[in-house]
Design a protein around this ligand. Structure first.
Ligand code: SF4
Length: 398
């Protein structure tokens, strides 16, 4: 039986080869910090919804349970938005239930296909109004991606096949990192068509077609996939292009571009992908070595070398000592206050419904004493819309 999970739908639809299991092929799994943070924040969100909390639970126990004590700030940042988002969305869930599993098998001549998943939050009451609707919610702890709707469709499909009277599913995706949520409404008819198209086009790989792209970053086959190797080889080729090498790896010369924009654009996308795949591979290798021990080859080994941890000073305990040794002006030279942490702390001590007003008043007070300024902007390499370009590239100015 072929088993599909909603979280893998976007990848399987982009490249059906990604779901193929080839005997003897090495498959990558995702067990690094991001996965642990994701599990921890899901557990926190579960408690928020189940107990309908207005403030965050103690995050230290979650950080310890998932082994991310050093990432507790990140967990706090994600959890605070889960709390805020739930405050805004709870009215759509009359009787929410967390982590509702489903399994649905479709008989197929080639091989039976199972869709199996767990819905983060599901309303257990079907709306009485026609068309009868169920609300579901999915927490996302990673960065926003473009092709996420098929994952939601898969959860929604899991709802309609289990409950024949549901005609519509409203599915909300909460991007905790981007602090956004978006709701889609799917009808039973659309969802049934979507599943049929998936069975027809994506569930069964033809054994030869590979579709490479940004999604390869999440593919468990990427270490051994021939298409991905080709893709990486062409990425490396552009950086070692003779013409570019002669010019000291510069892509642009005095008179304009040395290579075509198409080549640079492709090289940029490939370089980002290679960078992220390499990063994930190294993270996974580290975790495997932590668990299984060093990888030995002849007289050498890939192992772990301990690096001394940073010295951490607890500001609360240190405060009287600071005052004894430094003037307020001197203390200000080594203390930095992050606006996100400041508003998070304020938000945690103010009752619901008054948070926004209290934070605004605090920021106005800080501005009033001249304590607020903006750091100069930093330029980051990114793909941007043309209307964001303020200056024309050299050589094209009028
Ligand atoms: S690495 Fe990319 S091309 Fe290869 S199977 Fe995976 S998604 Fe498809």
């Amino acid at each position: 039986m072929k088993i599909f999970h909603p979280s893998k739908m976007p990848l399987t639809i982009s490249c059906p080869a990604s779901a193929a299991e080839i005997p003897g092929e090495m498959r990558l799994k995702s067990i690094g910090d991001p996965a642990q943070i994701g599990s921890a924040v899901h557990a926190v969100a579960h408690e928020i919804v189940e107990k309908d909390l207005a403030t965050l639970p103690d995050l230290r126990s979650y950080a310890a349970k998932y082994g991310i004590e050093d990432k507790i700030d990140e967990l706090g940042m994600l959890s605070i938005f889960a709390l805020q988002a739930w405050g805004e969305l709870r009215d759509y869930f009359a009787k929410p239930q967390c982590e509702v599993g489903f399994e649905h098998i479709t008989k197929d001549d080639r091989e039976d296909v199972m869709l199996r998943g767990t819905i983060d939050v599901k309303d257990t009451i079907v709306s009485e109004k026609a068309p009868r609707r169920v609300a579901i919610l999915d927490w996302k702890s990673g960065y926003k991606r473009r092709n996420y709707v098929d994952q939601l469709r898969a959860y929604a499909y899991g709802v309609i096949v289990e409950d024949p009277i549901v005609e519509e599913v409203s599915a909300t995706l909460v991007w905790l990192r981007d602090r956004e949520h978006r709701t889609f409404v799917f009808t039973r008819k659309e969802l049934k068509e979507w599943w049929q198209t998936f069975l027809l086009r994506n569930a069964f790989w033809d054994g030869v077609t590979y579709t490479e792209g940004e999604h390869c970053e999440f593919c468990p086959r990427r270490l051994e996939c021939p298409k991905f190797h080709e893709f990486n080889k062409s990425a490396v080729a552009i950086f070692t292009d003779e013409k570019i090498k002669e010019d000291g790896l510069r892509l642009f010369g005095e008179g304009g571009a040395l290579v075509s924009p198409e080549k640079i654009y492709r090289a940029y996308a490939q370089a980002r992908l290679v960078q992220s795949v390499a990063k994930r591979f190294l993270e996974q290798l580290k975790e495997d070595i932590e668990r299984e021990g060093p990888v030995i080859l002849n007289d050498r080994a890939i192992g772990l070398r301990e690096r001394k941890g940073k010295t951490i000073i607890d500001p609360l305990k240190a405060w009287p000592v600071f005052e004894e040794h430094f003037s307020p002006k001197e203390i200000a030279q080594f203390i930095t206050v992050n606006k996100g942490d400041l508003t998070k702390t304020k938000s945690a001590i103010i009752p619901r419904g008054q948070k926004g007003k209290a934070i605004k008043a605090m920021m106005e007070d800080l501005e009033g004493v001249g304590a607020v300024s903006n750091a100069p902007p930093v330029n980051m390499l990114s793909i941007i819309d043309l209307d964001e370009i303020k200056e024309l590239p050299k050589g094209e100015q009028e």
